[in-house]
Design a protein around this ligand. Structure first.
Ligand code: NAP
Length: 236
């Protein structure tokens, strides 16, 4: 599969370029960076997604950009019917629902995951299971100081998944500090006891197996799939 990475010079985009480049069954056809920065030598870089898709043959676009940029990327890819794997966070839950409806109407495909790390997906799954047994729960998410959105997409999604089981207030606390990558604790409380479910991404390589899995599975899905769990735990 021929892969184009939007946001190729960013922290995540550069890591995705390396992972795709190293995958024997995938071909990195280029990256998009508004300032023309290349993640590493030999990767063709385009100034914007529109030009890139005019010039390169692409089977899937991977997007790790910003909440402002990703929406126009989605419009462009939907218009050209090119599937997307999206890691960019900052979507509102209702907005994702609207994209799901449009994608089915227009026969477009995308996988959007707020977190591609297997451990984080399991943390969300276990928090969803545990909340049925506890009176109260709170989420603390910790990220590097440059992160643009708060609360994180992972924390917001964790709360949605937990509230599917038990409608209750689940506060989210956001910590932004240098030295952190991406970490989250779900703390559940009952009289006399707490249960803490914690996940740490200490390096961005933690997200790569999930991103590569999503790229490889994209031909098999329909519409917009939100959450890696739908391709990890289900035989699609
Ligand atoms: P980053 O280092 O700031 O990278 C974002 C890149 O996108 C920057 O290089 C930025 O360029 C570029 N960009 C901005 N507008 C663009 C446009 N219109 N077209 C193409 N590229 C554009 O941020 P990051 O840490 O890599 O994170 C990127 C996103 O991924 C964030 O939303 C973050 O929350 C999310 N994320 C998701 C996961 C997951 O597992 N799903 C994991 C980690 C992070 P400039 O620097 O010139 O603005």
């Amino acid at each position: 599969m021929r892969v184009l990475v939007n946001g190729a010079a960013g922290k995540m985009g550069a890591e995705v370029c390396r992972a795709v480049h190293d995958a024997p069954d995938l071909q990195l056809v280029g990256g998009v960076d508004p300032k023309g920065r290349s993640p590493f030598a030999g990767v063709p870089v385009y100034a914007n997604l529109h030009d890139a898709l005019e010039m390169a043959a692409v089977d899937v676009v991977v997007d790790f950009t910003t909440p402002a940029a990703v929406r126009s990327s989605m419009e462009i890819c939907l218009g050209k019917n090119i599937p997307m794997v999206i890691g960019t966070t900052g979507f509102h839950h209702n907005e994702l629902g609207e994209w799901q409806v449009r994608a089915l109407q227009e026969n477009w495909r995308a996988i959007i995951a707020p977190n591609f790390a297997i451990g984080a997906v399991l943390m969300m799954k276990y928090a969803r299971e545990a909340v049925a047994f506890f009176d109260q729960a709170e989420i603390i998410e910790y990220h590097h100081a440059q992160k643009l959105d708060a609360p994180s997409g992972t924390a917001a999604r964790t709360r949605i998944l937990m509230q599917e089981v038990h409608q209750r207030e689940i506060p989210i606390h956001s910590v932004r500090l240098p030295g952190l990558v991406a970490h989250q604790e779900v703390i559940l409380g009952l009289p006399g006891q707490t249960l803490t479910i914690r996940h740490d991404s200490n390096h961005r390589e933690s997200f790569m197996p999930g991103v590569l899995l999503a790229i490889r599975q994209i031909p098999k899905i329909k519409g917009v799939v939100v959450g890696l769990e739908h391709i990890l735990f289900t035989d699609i």
